[in-house]
Design a protein. Sequence first.
Length: 350
Amino acid sequence: HAAIFDSFTQVDSSSTRKYEGTGLGLAITRRLVELMGGRIEIESIHDGGSKFRISIPMQPCTAENLPAPENVKKGRATRDARSLSVAVTKSEVQPVPASGSREQANGAPKSSDTTVRASDTPHILLAEDNETNWRLVQKILSRLGYRVTVVENGRQVLKALDVEKFDLVLMDMQMPVMDGFEATMKIRQQPRYEDLPIIALTAYAMIGDSNKCIEAGCDDYITKPINKKQFIACLQSQLKRVFPLPAEPEGHLDAVEQEIQREMENLKGFYLENLAERYGQMAAALASKNFEELGFIGHSLKGSGASYGFSEVTDLGIEIEQCAKDGDTKKLKELLAGLKKILKKNHHKV
């Protein structure tokens, strides 16, 4: 079991196309748990799946220790967290009553005024299987003070909607298992989601393809690589239909964009590690003449390269996707050589 907690390790090479992961999830989870003084355990059954158990020591928290509402609304409490659905074992958690009086709360308002409900903050469901892409979008959303839940395919979107209320869905249109087109159409078949805003995230640039998103049931679409200002404007325009957004202070969005840009610089090393992994996957796919896999990865490069300051990777992704469709082995070798040069040039940033 120990190997699955190593970075860039997956169950087997055949799972890469289906799950489109980077093999970092469990490694990151283990590291976070260890930093909090906890432990992670795994129990596996052959052909029966695995169970993971996380134990973290925590202190009881009373109302006066909770973050101030204004900080929660700004997203400071969850700024860098990817939303997770966690099953908590009842027997291990004791109920914590809030302090009952104004005096006990050291001058804080009454509990009815300090309670920050989930409905006070927009909750966004982000469907995106490419980690470099969802990290970018998650940064933007958390900086805006929104809660985010991330899923990796259309089937997970439908399951998430069944168990939780969301104010808006950001839907990548090309995902494994079930793509965004099918997921959107299934959502629109249910009357209860008639008014749920859905924004398509697509690397397509053709007018006909964007129309296809609208015909599937999306309310609007954003083309990747994402322009942050256009993305925020589109997002807030759709959210206002269903959620009362407060007026933004003058200059707030400019400040948010600058913060996001600084954080994106810090994520370049992660992006290049992911790109190196994609290069290895494409080299293996080319050797086996798996043009479908090459096209899929090339498509994903289109949408993420320019977002991290590597517009040349976006250009290569466009060519790789097209050459994979054409089965042009010679040209694909040249394009992969070009990608290898970019990785060598930037290896010091990893």
